[in-house]
Ligand binder design. Structure first.
Ligand code: HMG
Length: 460
């Protein structure tokens, strides 16, 4: 029997939902916390953080991003075979958040319209949506086409992957200025218009206590600076695994003097805050460039790398290494590559903050908004989830990218409403009963019943 040729699978379109409220990190907030605003703007890279209102949570944001995706692509609910949701801000310990989301969407599309769609919640800190995407792609690639079809064979089914989270840390902690909230919905299809996923994913996983949120706790427990180290170690591991697989499969062929990053036109790293993507880029570029002819230029600028043999006592090495790391991250070659290939993905995150598992896909939205996705480009994606796990994968921008219906994300971000420190703190602590902006034309959490069931509706 002849096998059908495999079609490309990947991301066809993207929609983003963020709360209407934000707090500026640079004014009253910085003053109240006794922090130099320059540290937050440049040292962290976050100028505004999205703040969910009383009626918003991970489920309402997910429903909003899916609704935008469905409406702008004119999809009928019957076409959607899977809604996979990556979140670490789940609203129930048992019931899938996707069922609440479908309940909200059915207020618009009619009762039962999503009944032939299955939904699963993926939890793996910030890497969850990446594994949801991987699984949605597996589902679409399943060779038994009939299994995925509607039965009548009339319409091809699509998957939706949603990342939705509220990043919340303790008030007055050093993690406080890396909060945020939002949702990103990805339309996952065969023959996608935006990004066809390459068949290679490098992964790295190990048990770590860098960041976690025990059951019942509202804020994450975080060992901040250690979490940066875990992120970098895991990203290096995942990148090495990707590199090995990409070379063995012949997916990337290196000419003399080339390295893998030369074959990636843009690289989107997980963005808990923009500077972290810069640290990740420095660590990957340094590893990749070392030993290549271009390394001579870097040595001319910042001197040779410290080696163990250069030191009499082993204790000296770490500080020399930290110093060299800093010098590399200030080198002209690195800064040039970072500005070109990595920084553009951090645009939206700098005014939204960390949205945990959606942050990397907010990076993709940033590239799309700036018209930086050109057909034929290969985009690298480095996903990280605390606890910890990283995945590095890639995709090729498709010819149809120009035909995706553009949202108005940057305009919507500009139109948000700034709140002051007092409202932000009340919302953070769950101490405000009334919404700052009463919901209008949007999904809202109306009440939590005595039994814990959450009542949502589309509010006119
Ligand atoms: P901190 O104590 O503010 O860090 O904590 P810092 O004092 O090292 O300062 C950061 C940078 O600001 C430094 O830059 C300073 O020099 C600079 P660098 O030296 O590294 O180049 N700086 C200034 N720059 C300009 N003007 C100034 C100035 N002063 C200082 N005046 C930290 C930062 C991120 C650790 C903290 O906010 C935190 O704990 N955040 C939460 C944890 C986090 O986001 N970790 C990231 C990695 S883990 C991850 O990504 C997973 C996660 O998303 C969760 C999940 O997976 O679910 C968090």
């Amino acid at each position: 029997m002849n096998k059908k040729p495999k079609s490309a699978v990947g991301i066809d379109d993207i929609a983003v939902a963020v709360p209407k409220l934000f707090i500026s990190t640079l004014g009253e907030f910085a003053q109240a916390r006794g922090i130099e605003p320059g540290k937050l703007a440049r040292g962290i890279g976050v100028e505004k953080m999205a703040v969910p209102d009383v009626h918003e949570d991970a489920a309402t944001m997910a429903a909003s991003s899916i609704l935008e995706l469905i409406q702008k692509n004119d999809i009928s609910p019957q076409e959607v075979g899977r809604i996979y949701i990556g979140t670490e801000s789940g609203v129930d310990e048992a019931k899938a958040i996707g069922t609440y989301v479908m309940g909200m969407l059915e207020r618009i599309f009619g009762p039962g319209s999503f009944q032939e769609c299955s939904t699963v919640e993926f939890k793996s800190a910030c890497i969850a949506a990446t594994h949801a995407l991987e699984n949605a792609a597996y589902w679409l690639r399943a060779e038994d086409g009939d299994f995925n079809a509607t039965g009548s064979g009339e319409c091809e089914r699509v998957g939706i992957v949603v990342a939705t989270d509220v990043a919340r840390y303790e008030l007055n902690s050093p993690a406080e200025y890396t909060q945020g909230a939002g949702s990103v919905a990805l339309l996952v299809k065969r023959d996608p218009r935006l990004l066809a996923l390459d068949p290679v994913m490098g992964v790295f996983t190990r048990d770590e206590n860098d960041f976690f949120r025990p059951i019942g706790m509202k804020c994450a427990v975080v060992n901040g600076r250690y979490s940066n180290l875990c992120y970098l170690a895991a990203m290096e591991g995942a990148f090495s695994s990707y590199k090995k697989k990409a070379l063995v499969r012949g997916m990337i062929r290196l000419a003399g003097g080339e390295c893998i990053t030369d074959h990636l036109d843009q690289i989107i790293f997980h963005i808990p805050y923009p500077r972290m993507a810069e640290y990740a880029a420095a660590s990957i570029f340094r590893r990749e460039w070392r030993g290549l002819p271009r390394w001579r230029k870097i040595e001319e600028e910042i001197g040779p790398e410290p080696g163990e043999e250069d030191f009499s006592g082993s204790k000296e090495h770490p500080s020399n290494e930290a110093d060299y790391k800093r010098r590399f991250s200030k080198s002209a070659q690195f800064l040039g590559a970072y500005e070109r290939k990595v920084r553009p993905s951090t645009l939206v995150s700098s005014v939204v903050g960390n949205i945990y598992t959606g942050s990397i896909y907010l990076g993709l939205a940033s590239l799309l908004e700036q018209n930086l996705l050109v057909p034929g480009m290969r985009i690298g994606l480095g996903s990280y989830g605390s606890g910890c796990s990283a995945a590095f994968f890639s995709g090729t921008v498709q010819a149809g990218v120009g035909s995706t219906a553009r949202g108005d994300l940057l305009k919507r971000l500009d139109e948000r409403v700034e709140i002051g420190l007092a409202d932000y703190q009340l919302l953070h602590q769950g101490e405000r009963n009334e919404s700052v902006i009463p919901p209008s034309g949007e999904f809202a959490l109306l009440e939590i019943g005595r039994d814990g069931y959450r009542h949502y509706d589309l509010v006119g």
